[in-house]
Write a protein that binds this ligand. Sequence first.
Ligand code: ZN
Length: 364
Amino acid sequence: MTRVGRAAVYDAPNAPFVVREYPVRPVKPREVLVRVTMSTICRSDIHSYEGRRPNPVPGILGHEIIGVIEEIGAGVERDMRGDPLRVGDRVTWTEYFFDGECYYRDVLDMPQKCQGLRKYGHDRADEDPHFTGGFAEFCYILPGTGILRLPAALSDEEATPLNCGVATVMSVTEAAAIGMGDTVVIQGLGLLGLYGVAIARARGARLVIGLDAVPARLEMAKRFGADLALDVARLGDDATVRAVRDVCRPDGADVVIEVCGVPDVIPHGLGMLRVGGRYVLGGLVNPNADVTIDANVILRQWITLRGIHNYHPRHLIQALDFVVANRSRFPFAAIVDSRFSLKELDVAFRKAAERTVLRAAIIP
Ligand SMILES: [Zn+2]
C-alpha cells in the first residue's frame, strides 16, 4: 500500500489553496524525509501567492520549515556541524539546495548564488518527490542541502524562521559590517527587521533605530532592543530623516538596512547616512522595484551600497547559535503570533498579507 500525505496546493496566483494528497515514497540515497511540524509564511511566499514573482504550478509554497526526520537515505550521517543525524531528530535546513559543480560556490564562496540552485517551496507538486514545500505534512530534504539538528530547548516558534528570515538577517548584517559603537537604522520591522534590531545590538551597535508604520511593530522593536522606534506614517519622510540625523551625532547613521521591501524608502535611507556610511538592501526580493535616486549623493557621500540575497550555510549555523544564546534576552517566540492548519492557509495568507499578524505559523 502506498503511503500518502496531504499538502495545501497553490494552483494559480490569488486562487484558493486546495488540500490534495500525494504519494510518499521511500527515500533515495542522500535524501531525508521529514514530517513537517511547523512552517511559517514568509513575505516572499506572499509575493509568489499574489503573482508578483513567478512560481511553478501546481506547487507547494513555504520554505521556512522545520520537521522531524522519518527516514534517512544512505550517505546522510551527520549535519553541517558534524552532529549525527537519526530518525526522530528535529531539524532545520538551508532554504536552497544545489548538487553539482558551481563556479560561484567553488571559486567565489557564494553557494547561495549557484546557477541552477533550487529552493524549497518553488517546485512543481505533481512531479516526484512531490513534497518540497512547507505547507504540507511531509518534506523531502534533497542532496545539496545543509541540515542542522535543533536543540530540544528551542521551541518550534523560535526554530521555524531560522532558515529564511533569521539566516538572511545574519547575512545582511554581516554585509553591513556593523562594528562596535555604530549607529544602525533598520527600515521595516517585520520578522527580518526585529531580528535585525537584536542582531545589530549583538554585533556591538551603540544605537539602533527601527522604522515602520505599524504601531504594534514599533512596540515590539523596543522589546528587541531598539533605542528608538519611529512611526514613519505619522512623522512623514522628511521629519523621519531629521529625527534620525538628530540622534546619530555628529553627522548621520553609520549603517542603514532596508528590510521592508519598499523601494521608495531608499532615497530617505541614503539621506540618513553619514559620509562613508553603508546601505544594505535585504528586503527587495521582487522584481521591478524601480526607484529614482540622486546618484550624486552616493558619490559625494562616499556611500557603500550593497544588495544581499539568500545566505551562506554558515549564516544558518550563526542564526541558530544566536537564537539559542539570546532566547531569554529577546522574545523571539512572540514574533510567530498566530497558528493555522493546512485547511486555513487562505486565511493565514490574507492576515499575513494585511500585516495583521507578524509571522503566521502553519501546523499541518
Ligand atoms: Zn523567505
